[in-house]
Ligand binder design. Structure first.
Ligand SMILES: [Zn+2]
Ligand SMILES: [Zn+2]
Length: 158
């Protein structure tokens, strides 16, 4: 399942490399998008700015914010909000939830183990549909949990 998810992500990123959903790719947008694809650790806008600046010294924070907004609006990037922290950005467009480690604050992409549609996983009121799903779990990652492979306590938040 994990490898299937990976394939989906790669396939999506590849097709996104071309036309990008009709979005005109300026040099800045492309750069910001590449930064997100290169290191999928869910950086904040400030972190994206620092990484972009290292590649294009003329880019400003305002431009980075603009690019992130445009990429999110075009559906190429997901905005991830965890608690009251600054938004983070994720280029993984496959359906997934986020697991946040409360100790090291790393954010992990979590796929579903079963091949069900999200609609059938959650007990939705009959006749409704999901347009946007945002699930964040909090706990301790394997490393912070002392390398214990058992999953830590999780808190679910929608
Ligand atoms: Zn951790
Ligand atoms: Zn993600």
């Amino acid at each position: 399942m994990v490898s299937k998810l990976r394939q989906d992500i790669t396939a999506k990123s590849k097709s996104a490399g071309g036309a990008l959903g009709g979005l005109r790719m300026t040099r800045q947008r492309k750069l910001v998008y590449d930064v997100l694809l290169d290191e999928r650790d869910h950086p904040t806008a400030t972190e994206v700015f620092i990484r972009s600046k290292a590649r294009m010294s003329s880019i400003s924070l305002a431009t980075v914010y603009n690019c992130l907004e445009t990429l999110s609006a075009a559906g190429l990037v997901k905005q991830v909000n965890v608690g009251r922290d600054a938004s983070r950005y994720c280029p993984n467009l496959a359906e997934h939830a986020h697991f946040v480690c409360v100790k090291c604050e790393k954010v992990y992409d979590i796929g579903l183990k079963c091949n069900e549609e999200v609609e059938s996983v959650w007990a939705l009121p009959e006749g409704s549909r999901i347009d946007h799903l945002e699930v964040a779990m909090k706990g301790l990652c394997a490393e912070c949990n002392g390398g214990d492979k058992r999953s830590g306590k999780m808190e679910e938040q929608v």
